[in-house]
Design a protein around this ligand. Structure first.
Ligand code: ADP
Ligand code: MG
Length: 742
């Protein structure tokens, strides 16, 4: 049976708040006025009727039309909390957005943040039993689904910014679709909200759910492209900012950059460039950075009013014989032959933001958008099997979203710092994250949510079956999934790292091998791009520099040497990097990754300082380090044919060691980090290992019956034979010793 709605009447005739029974604050009435003007308010009745009649609604609308802030309030008022028994939640792809919107909505509803309106983001929960409207990241809702598979707390679930197609959002789609036809058939409603794109795809997926569009009034935006591509987009951005500020009519500026460091750097440069102008040339301006890691108090500055305009009065001398001379009537304060001219220098906010400002946060008053056409995106390189954040070109859908930010208050301008030709070559839509991510990790998380059949899960955009099966197999061999495909304890730990499972497994085992610090460093170095710089002019010098770090038996150890040296020279790491032909940015990135991995390892109680003095015992360090590599990478082993020619163990691919490798000798078994396919099959970043370790560490994978007959199988059989012979002898010796003692 369907539960009965319990209406909550805000703004009622008695003037008392239906939740707190207090009179409303002044701020409430003030905000109410602006809320009533939002485009979404006009469709309120229409929307609520649709909600009554349907399980799922697809709602689209221009950014700023009021979807995120108003829809949950409409739903609450209409009675879907059933007198406080159920909650309404709204997901956001970004932490900042969840926090910022929850704060705003608590003010609009005149309640204290954390009570009736709250938010939940990773490491921070500002919600309670009393919370009726909850904003949370899509990742957090997935986490909740891991412990409460039916999401039974919620009567209405809103998936916001659906067009962003994050992995979490995509998996929530599948989960919700399943719940809507099974356990939550009668008492769950779902609203998919998105910018004005892709609604057909969502409609089809949710059995032709109705679509409502609430786009309000938007003003046209003129687009300006570059004639020639510009290499340094930061310099280009600064130049454009200054040009607009000094010469364009009133209106704030929004510049899109890719990340925190870049934004801070640009703020500084822009500031110093603008301060070169005299106060009477530059007027008032406020440069405001905006990115996810910024504290909320700082983020709020983007919403504050623009600085005041400045009116400059200038005396202008007019020559007596000039035409001005005749008209000069000698008004107040003006002497003969002089005239006072007034000019207005417009006060502006110059907001320098990441993608957050693209759709999730709306800042009023923006008239100028500067778009260099780039953003940081998660990219999975299946060959490298590492996921990384890379600065990549945005999609044309994104470029148009950015443009739209300029047309909220009046006709605007968008400066694209690329050519029109480049724009036409951009991808139409950003590829869903699920299709460019390492599934190994995602699958473990889905398992945690109680999704049994990962192959037949109803994905909005299904990844290929091959990729899925591969990912399942890898997790099984690593010990993250048991025979029934269920998560093991180790699987839970592996799932905690944002890495490919092989790397995670290696990290988890590092405590056992007493080399956590070394493994953390190598994991970080493998997760970032190649750190060696080899400029055309100085190839020899660069090679000599690299040779100083090289270990003859292990490219992994070479990387570790680089990291250790870099770490030791932290005080002047910039010049150290230059002198050693090492990429400075890459090393900074590695540092950052290492720190994040350390925190996870520590939280899982899997970190410990080694009690071995490795400075004195380098051989032992190398041994432990290499064995730990095998723990994660026993599936990436090649068996020697002759000299530098090898064959991968199970799929028998003929491979050679990449020329960039520093290995000086070649033995029977070799571990590799990646398989590179160019003119030949190469293996890159290699370490010589002992075949004994393979059967010791991964006997289930090196089960001879699973190998085709041939050289490799014979070699493994031989290792097993030697091993059992050795074990027998060991037992004999032990029993002899015991006899002696007795
Ligand atoms: P949509 O989700 O459709 O993009 P929102 O509901 O986020 O729209 O925004 C509606 C209005 O509320 C916008 O005009 C915006 O300026 C305002 N707003 C939203 N969040 C805040 C905030 N944290 N501070 C000030 N104003 C805000
Ligand atoms: Mg929104």
């Amino acid at each position: 049976t369907k539960p009965k709605l319990v209406k909550l009447e805000f703004n009622n005739q008695f003037g008392f708040h239906p939740l707190t029974n207090q009179p409303y604050s002044e701020q409430y009435y003030e905000l109410l006025k602006t809320r009533e003007k939002l485009p979404i308010t006009a469709t309120k009745e229409n929307f609520l009727k649709l909600l009554e009649d349907n399980q799922v609604i697809i709602l689209t609308g221009e950014t700023g039309s009021g979807k995120t802030t108003q829809i949950p309030q409409f739903i609450l008022e209409a009675g879907y909390s059933y007198g406080g028994r159920k909650k309404i939640c709204c997901t956001q792809p970004r932490r900042v957005a969840a926090l910022s919107v929850a704060t705003r909505v608590s003010q609009e509803m005149d309640v204290e943040l954390g009570n009736e309106v709250g938010y939940t983001i990773r490491f921070e929960d500002k919600s309670s039993q009393r919370t009726l409207v909850k904003y949370l990241t899509d990742g957090m809702l997935l986490r909740e689904a891991m412990t409460d598979n039916n999401l039974s707390k919620y009567s209405v679930i809103i998936i916001d910014e659906a067009h962003e197609r994050t992995i979490s959002t995509d998996i929530l789609f599948g989960l919700l679709k399943q719940l809507l036809s099974t356990t939550r058939k009668d008492d769950l409603k779902v609203i998919i909200m998105s910018a004005t794109i892709e609604h057909k795809l969502f409609q089809e997926y949710f059995n032709n759910a109705p679509h409502l569009d609430v786009s309000g009034r938007v003003y046209p935006v003129d687009i300006f492209y570059l004639e020639e591509p510009e290499e340094d987009y930061i310099a280009g951005s600064i130049k454009t900012c200054i040009q607009i500020h000094l010469s364009e009519p009133k209106g704030d500026i929004l510049l899109f950059l890719t990340g925190q460091d870049e934004i801070e750097d640009c703020c500084e440069k822009l500031n110093s460039r603008l301060s070169q102008y005299s106060p009477n040339e530059r007027g008032n301006y406020k440069i405001i950075p905006l990115y996810a890691a910024l504290p909320y108090s700082e983020q709020r500055k983007a919403f504050l009013p623009s600085p005041n305009d400045k009116i400059i009065k200038k005396k202008i001398k007019i020559k007596k014989d000039g035409k001005g001379g005749e008209g000069a009537e000698g008004g107040e304060g003006a002497e003969e032959g002089e005239e006072i001219i007034e000019t207005t220098l417009y006060g502006r906010k110059i907001i320098i933001a990441t993608n957050i400002a693209e759709t999730s946060l709306t800042i009023e008053g923006i008239v100028y958008v500067i778009d260099p056409g780039l953003s940081k995106q998660k990219v999975f390189n299946p060959k490298k099997r590492v996921e990384s954040l890379l600065v990549s070109p945005i999609s044309s859908a994104s470029a148009n979203q950015r443009k739209g930010r300029a047309g909220r208050t009046r006709r605007g301008k968008c400066f694209r710092l690329y050519t029109e030709k480049t724009f036409k070559k951009l991808e139409k839509q950003t590829t869903p994250e699920l299709l460019r991510s390492n599934l190994g990790n995602v699958l473990l998380n889905m398992k945690k949510m109680g999704i049994k059949d990962l192959l037949h899960f109803d994905y909005l955009s299904p990844p290929s079956i091959e990729l899925l099966i591969r990912a399942l197999e890898v997790n099984h061999y690593l010990g993250g999934l048991d025979e029934n495909g269920e998560l093991t304890e180790l699987g839970h730990q592996i799932a905690a790292f944002p890495l490919d499972p092989q790397l995670s497994k290696m990290l988890i085992m590092s405590k056992h091998y007493k080399c956590c610090d070394e493994i953390l460093s190598i994991a970080a170095m493998l997760a970032v791009s190649n750190c060696f710089v080899r400029p055309k002019k100085n190839q020899n010098l660069a090679d000599q520099a690299k040779a100083r770090f090289e270990d003859p038996q292990s490219d992994h150890l070479t990387l570790l040497n680089v990291y250790k040296e870099y770490d030791r020279n932290k005080k002047n790491r910039n010049s150290w990097c230059r002198n050693n032909f090492i990429n400075y940015r890459t090393m900074l990135q590695a540092d950052n990754v290492r720190n994040q991995l350390f925190q996870i390892l520590n939280r899982l109680n899997l970190y410990s300082l080694s009690d071995i003095d490795y400075a004195k015992n380098k051989t032992l360090l190398k041994l432990n380090f290499k064995k730990c590599l095998v723990e994660g990478f026993f599936m990436q082993i090649a068996h020697q044919l002759d000299n530098k020619n090898y064959s991968t163990v199970k799929d028998k691919q003929h491979v050679v060691i990449h020329p960039s490798s520093g290995l000086a000798l070649f033995t029977e078994w070799i571990l590799f980090n990646e398989f590179v396919l160019t003119d030949r099959n190469y293996i890159r970043t290699c370490t010589l290992i002992d075949g004994q370790w393979l059967v010791q560490i991964a006997p289930h994978y090196y089960n001879v019956t699973t190998f085709r007959k041939g050289r490799t199988r014979s070699a493994i059989e031989l290792i097993f034979l030697k091993r059992s012979f050795f074990m027998k002898n060991l037992k004999n010796i032990q029993s002899l010793q015991n006899k002696k003692k007795n």
